[in-house]
Design a protein. Sequence first.
Length: 116
Amino acid sequence: MLSILLTKELDGNQLIVLIYVGSFLIGLSNSSLRIIMNTMLMEIVPKNLMGRALSVWMGIALLLQGVFAIRLGLLIDVFSPSVGFLCMGGLIVVGVAVQFFFTSHKEKRKLKYEVI
């Protein structure tokens, strides 16, 4: 939710300080999200498949970053930076909605935890 508010503030582009603070907080939340996703993968995927699973996951993430960066850059060139920030906010809203949909409709799975 914080990211949505920050991208809306970045859309206004009124104060440079808020742009830097917003960029920092978006980057910080991105790192936290990556840590949580890797932790979940490590809990679910068996040890002998961990390298393969992480490399596939990272490959998909890098591919999507490249595709979306190019499209967002073209969008900013054609329109304005504020439209780009609005699109990023829209992507965040879609991601949150998809996440809530999948977490609210999934059954509670019993995960096997491996004691090290």
